[in-house]
Design a protein. Structure first.
Lengths: 284, 364, 284
């Protein structure tokens, strides 16, 4: 127990108590600059945030972001992993090339892509060469969010690619040899062996990308400040600004609780989806 | 009081509905080599780990060198132990592995060096002093584990299946080395094994266990010649003793397949007048095929057809069905038979055992 | 493998696809490094040509951008700060989380299984949601703008505890028993046996701790206001926000921030890849 002590103290101070406080504050109008005037407001905050246009906007933006990034990054990662697994030359070089953006920081990547996305920047120059007019990218309300999504999946794809590669390597090669004996085509092998074997991993990867995408904040913070016209203002950005800029801890806590509830639901879905498979296997 | 006393020791794991070790009482003298033997799950390792202090004793008392040890920490029991998987410290060299305990006990450096040098020499590890365990063979690792035990000047060695991870050939040679080492150092040794050959060849006395209960304690030949029950008779010796369900009427034994065998008065008299259903046991080497023995016990000559013959070189094992049970006879290399051959044989009546049908206790 | 003519053609097509993809992944990084050596006028001039991806030839002012960062800003200091914070956090993190992981793996204490479950559940709570409360705590403790205030909430990490626990659980018990007979105390055993026997997981946790400290943005931006204590990422942001910072300097800055992670990645790519795969195999 003495071994567990230091961790227990820190867990209590920096995880349990903050979580409990967040829950308690979510039912109050706690304002950090005048804590003595705090009132219990019941579900008031919960009702008001769903009437708050900014919060709803942030929520919709976040969902949009998720909808773009999940297929892009997850599908891309799977495709990259399959390609790398298939390729015979320079495997290592490709792995490094796709993984380098992962180790770069969000702030660095955001700063770099601000330059790349700039109106006279390298991307517009390259597009001009193939006859496409200059695009506003992060400076246009319509394009800002998709631009950030493309950048984010560029950065994150390598991580999930490595996870998929691990999954691919764990597949018993005997399965493919057996399928070869059974005259299976390349497509059939993919459909009947690779995909089923990777299914639990796919669920895991797509859920982690979803959760990660819901937590998105640094990119708009550095690149757009949530703009233009709040088109890149996200959930966590709203929590952050409400709590640490406007000092409305009560309201920020309510948003945090709603957000955690969302994450928990996603995790439960993941658990059910992966467990489902194990049960079926047991029944076999 | 003996050097080590176990008094009514019991072990029951929390949540288990049965004891793992039941009522073990045993006295071990100084310098004795005791082997605990039995099938896996018989409680032999648990008993050893209770002596070492790695398992709590549920009830009963343990004395080492006159002191009650139930509540004493393992390190303070004055023991050294050799583990089944060697338990070497993987990131330390051979030397460091052996000297680690002495260093922790604050033994002076020059004394540590003397002891480690001695252990390394005794165990023939001179060339490997600075190697790490992963660069050693199984036998060498086992020697390092022994070295770690012998430098510590403890009066009691505990060994938990130390040879079970070695291949058959190495096992035989390490068996000899441990026996020699024991004679040289003279520490009391408790040795746990599932291999009855190890127990028979190494131990001064054997404790044979089954289902947490001691079945018999004795010198190796006592257990072989006078097993306490059918379990001991079957466990000790290879190939296993042959058992038959028989009916005894007067001096005539009737086997399940109807074969009859007349036993001399001198044998049946030891049964104290017991009649009826019994279990008859006879070891393979006491089934005789040679002319001399057959003529000696002519009246009881039996016959069977060999189903399989194992040619070992120095001797042969013949397998056949007799008396309603599969039987193995161990015969000399001169009596070659192949599958399908008809053989004639006799049981040496002076070597026959009888066991109770229900209690399986041995009468003779 | 025996290749038919058709398969060989596929092989070639695959290689070309992979090269194009890897170029797409690397072009921002290559562009960043190449142009960090150029004055802004040349960056703009090169934009239209292939020179955009080629560093200028060696001449006297090649390192002008870097020199101007070193002489005009405190950026080297910020990088040094971050290295120190990372070193401190690596040590504390391995000790605190390692001890807890060991306790959960090997030491019998009350409600051990329950605790393990709680730790696993904590892994899904996003740090972003309780960052406001952390900020409040650190402010109340008067630790804003201090190193202690920055480090304290980051030490304990449920994921690291779990990672340590998973590795320690497969350590053989008999080595601990042998060490006990060698008069080794539990604490000594942990530091002289358990950690050296688990070099891989210690390295993995250290590398991930380093990357998370080096790349963190949100928490240091809250704790550190303007001072000498800034981390590299926050320093980067405050310097690029200054109007006097040229595009070339910005690119040189983000190159400087990226160099340490690239070094760490090239030294520990094995640990990183294993660490990433382990997050997947836990589920898969």
């Amino acid at each position: 127990m003495a071994f567990f002590g230091p961790a227990l103290v820190l867990l209590t101070v920096f995880l349990f108590i903050p979580m409990i406080l967040t829950l308690i504050f979510s039912f109050t109008d706690y304002f950090a600059l005048s804590p003595s005037l705090t009132h219990f407001t019941g579900l008031g905050n919960y009702i008001s945030i769903f009437k708050d246009e900014m919060f709803l906007k942030a929520f919709i933006n976040t969902v949009k972001f998720v909808i773009i990034i999940v297929p892009l990054q997850g599908g891309g990662a799977l495709a990259l992993a399959l390609l790398i697994n298939r390729v015979t030359y320079c495997k290592k070089y490709f792995k490094v090339a796709f993984f380098v953006p992962v180790v770069m920081s969000l702030a660095v990547v955001s700063t770099l892509w601000m330059q790349i996305y700039s109106p006279e920047g390298i991307l517009n120059t390259l597009l001009g060469k193939i006859g496409i007019d200059p695009q506003p990218f992060i400076y246009g309300a319509d394009q800002a969010l998709p631009s950030i999504a493309i950048m984010s999946s560029w950065q994150g794809m390598g991580y999930q690619m490595i996870i998929f590669l691990g999954g691919l390597q764990a597949i018993n090669p005997g399965l493919y040899e057996a399928a070869e004996m059974d005259h299976a085509s390349a497509w059939k092998k993919f459909k009947d062996i690779t995909l089923p074997e990777l299914k639990p991993l796919c669920v895991f990867v797509f859920i982690t990308i979803t959760i990660g995408a819901f937590k998105m904040i640094v990119q708009p913070m550095v690149m757009t400040g949530g703009g233009p016209s709040h088109s890149t203002y996200t959930l966590v950005y709203d929590i952050y600004e409400t709590g640490t800029v406007n000092w409305e801890i009560g309201l920020a806590s309510t948003m945090a609780i709603v957000f955690i509830a969302f994450i928990v639901v996603l995790t439960v879905i993941q658990t059910i989806l992966t467990r489902d498979k194990e049960d079926k296997e047991e029944k076999k | 009081m003996s050097f080590i006393e176990l008094k009514n020791i019991n072990k029951k794991y929390p949540g288990a509905d049965k004891n793992s070790v039941t009522d073990v009482s045993l006295s071990i003298e100084e310098k004795e080599f005791i082997a605990f033997v039995g099938p896996s799950g018989c409680g032999k390792s648990t008993t050893l780990r209770m002596i070492a202090g790695f398992e709590d004793i549920t009830s009963g008392e343990l004395y080492i060198d006159g002191q009650k040890m139930n509540e004493t920490a393992p390190r303070d029991r004055g023991i050294a132990m050799v583990f089944q998987n060697y338990a070497l410290y993987p990131h330390m060299t051979v030397e460091k592995n052996i000297s680690y305990g002495l260093k922790n006990m604050k033994v002076p450096d020059d004394e540590i060096k003397k002891k480690v040098d001695w252990a390394i020499k005794v165990l023939g590890l001179e060339e490997y002093r600075r190697r790490k365990p992963k660069n050693l063979s199984g036998g060498q690792r086992q020697r390092v584990a022994l070295g770690r035990a012998i430098v510590k000047d403890t009066k009691l060695f505990l060994m938990d299946e130390p040879l079970s991870n070695l291949d058959a050939k190495l096992r035989v040679s390490m068996r000899n080395e441990i026996s020699k080492l024991h004679r040289q150092i003279g520490s009391t040794t408790i040795y746990v094994t599932h291999d009855q050959v190890e127990a028979m060849t190494m131990a001064d006395r054997i404790v044979i266990m089954k289902d947490g209960v001691v079945q018999q304690v004795g010198k190796p030949m006592e257990l072989y010649e006078h097993p306490a029950n059918k379990f001991v008779a079957g466990f000790i010796g290879s190939p296993q003793m042959n058992f038959y369900d028989v009916t005894l009427r007067d001096n005539v034994v009737t086997f399940e397949d109807g074969n009859k065998m007349t036993l001399p008065e001198s044998v049946t008299s030891k049964l104290g007048g017991r009649q009826g259903g019994l279990i008859l046991g006879i070891r393979g080497e006491d089934i005789k095929l040679d002319a001399q023995n057959i003529s000696l016990f002519k009246a009881d000559k039996q016959s069977a057809v060999v189903e399989n013959a194992e040619v070992m070189g120095n001797e042969n094992n013949l397998y056949f069905t007799f008396g309603g049970a599969s039987t193995v006879a161990r015969v000399s290399k001169y009596e070659i038979s192949g599958a399908g051959d008809k053989i004639e044989f006799v049981f040496n009546p002076t070597r026959i055992h009888f066991f109770d049908k229900d209690t399986e206790l041995c009468y003779i | 493998m025996i290749l038919t003519k058709k398969q060989k053609r596929i092989e070639w097509a695959l290689a070309i696809v992979m090269i194009i993809l890897s170029l797409f992944f690397l072009f921002p990084v290559v562009w960043m490094i190449a142009n960090s050596f150029k004055p802004d006028a040349q960056i703009t001039a090169d934009m239209n040509t292939v020179n955009a991806f080629i560093p200028p030839t060696l001449n006297g002012d090649l390192f002008d951008n870097y020199l101007s960062i070193i002489t005009n800003t405190s950026f080297l200091r910020y990088m040094g700060n971050t290295l120190l914070y990372a070193a401190a956090l690596i040590i504390l993190s391995v000790i605190v989380n390692g001890l807890a992981g060991y306790a959960l793996a090997k030491i019998d204490f009350p409600f051990r299984e329950r605790w393990l479950l709680i730790i696993m559940m904590l892994m899904i709570v996003p740090a972003e949601t309780i960052i406001t409360i952390h900020f409040l705590f650190i402010a109340k403790m008067g630790l804003l703008n201090t190193v202690v205030g920055y480090i304290l909430p980051m030490i304990v990490n449920p994921f690291n505890i779990f990672l340590f626990r998973q590795v320690f659980i497969s350590l053989p018990d008999d080595v601990w028993e042998a060490a006990q007979l060698d008069h080794c105390s539990a604490v000594k055993y942990f530091f002289t046996m358990v950690l050296p026997m688990s070099k891989t997981v210690v390295a993995t946790v250290s590398v991930f701790t380093f990357l998370s400290v080096w790349n963190d943005y949100l928490w240091p931006s809250l704790v550190f206001t303007s001072s000498d204590l800034l981390t590299a990422q926050i320093g980067l942001n405050s310097i690029t926000a200054n109007v006097n910072t040229t595009m070339g300097m910005t690119l040189a800055l983000i190159t400087m921030v990226t160099i340490p992670v690239i070094i760490i990645y090239s030294l520990f790519s094995k640990q990183i890849v294993e660490g990433v795969m382990s997050t997947g195999s836990k589920e898969g």
